[in-house]
Ligand binder design. Structure first.
Ligand code: SAH
Length: 250
C-alpha cells in the first residue's frame, strides 16, 4: 500500500532537504518522490543527505506544476505547519495515515504534499487538497523542518500499514471509484463558468463562495457517473439560459 503514496514536495529551496526527505521516506518504506519546481535538483548535496536512499532520488519525478504532480490521484492531503483560518477540513497525523491507506486499498494512487521551507503551501495549492494534516507542536513554534515533517507523517503511515496488515481487511461498500484530481478541476471550471453565465456570480467575485463549493464537492468524492450527472445539469442550465437569451433578442 505504501508504494501507492506519492510524497510531493512543492518548490523546495534547499537540495539537502530533498535528500533528507528521501532518507526519511526509505526508512518508512515509502518509495514515490515527486518534486514540483525544486530550486536545484539533482544535486550532490541531496545525494549526500540521502545517505543510501539515492535510489529514491534517481527515481524521483520532477514536475512543472502541482496539477501534473497529483494527476491520477483520487485523494490529496496537504501538510501545513499552521492551523489555517479558512475551513479546510483538518486531520491529525494518525487520521491522515488511515485516510490515505484506506483510499489506496480501494482506489489506487494518493498524494501527500509538502510546502516550501520559507512560506509553506499557498492557498491555491491548498485548494487542491481534500484535507490538511497538521502535526501538533508548540503553538508558538510549530514549523518543523521539511524532512522531519515527512518523517513523522511517514512513521504514522508505516505504523498504520503494519497494524492493518495484521488485522482482517475492512469490506467497503460497492461504489464507483472517486474521480481523479484533473476531472474534479475541469468540473470546477465548468461550475464556475455556468455560475457566471447564469449571473449567479461574476468573475473573480466571492472567493469564499468558490472555496465553500470546492470543499463541498471534494468532500463528496463523486465517482464518474455522478460527475457526468452534475456536468449534464450544468450544460442543461447553460443551454436553457442561452435559449432564453435568444428568445429575448428576437
Ligand atoms: N514557514 C512555513 C513552514 C515551512 S516548513 C509556514 O509557516 O508555512 C515546510 C513544510 O513542512 C510545510 O509547508 C509543511 O508541508 C511541512 N510542515 C512543517 N511543520 C509542520 C507541521 N507542524 N505540521 C504539518 N506539516 C508541517
Amino acid at each position: 500500500m505504501l508504494k501507492n503514496i506519492r510524497i510531493v514536495l512543492v518548490g523546495t529551496t534547499h537540495p539537502g532537504n530533498i535528500g533528507a526527505v528521501a532518507r526519511a521516506m526509505k526508512n518508512m518504506c515509502l518509495a514515490q518522490l515527486v518534486l514540483v519546481q525544486p530550486r536545484l535538483f539533482p544535486s550532490a548535496e541531496a545525494t549526500a543527505r540521502a545517505s543510501g536512499a539515492d535510489d529514491l532520488l534517481a527515481h524521483a519525478r520532477v514536475c512543472g506544476s502541482l496539477d501534473e504532480a497529483v494527476a491520477g490521484c483520487r485523494l490529496v492531503i496537504g501538510a501545513s505547519a499552521r492551523l489555517r483560518t479558512v475551513e479546510w477540513p483538518q486531520l491529525d497525523p494518525r487520521a491522515c495515515a488511515e485516510k490515505l491507506l484506506a483510499e489506496c486499498r480501494c482506489s489506487g494512487e494518493v498524494a501527500l504534499i509538502f510546502g516550501r521551507e520559507n512560506s509553506g503551501l499557498s492557498n491555491t495549492e491548498l485548494d487542491r487538497c481534500h484535507y490538511l494534516v497538521h502535526i501538533p507542536a508548540n503553538p508558538e513554534f510549530s514549523s518543523l523542518n521539511l524532512a522531519q515533517a515527512v518523517q513523522i507523517l511517514g512513521y504514522e503511515l508505516h505504523l498504520t500499514d503494519t497494524a492493518q496488515r495484521q488485522t482482517t481487511r475492512e469490506v467497503l461498500p460497492q461504489r464507483g471509484e472517486p474521480v481523479s484530481a484533473e476531472v474534479m478541476e475541469s468540473f470546477f471550471a465548468h461550475l464556475e463558468q455556468t455560475m457566471e453565465e447564469l449571473r449567479f456570480s461574476t468573475p473573480g467575485q466571492s472567493q469564499k463562495l468558490r472555496r465553500r463549493l470546492r470543499r463541498f464537492f471534494l468532500r463528496a468524492r463523486p465517482d464518474r457517473d455522478e460527475i457526468n450527472i452534475l456536468r449534464g445539469i450544468l450544460s442543461a442550465a447553460q443551454d436553457s439560459k442561452s435559449k432564453r437569451r435568444e428568445r429575448g433578442a428576437e
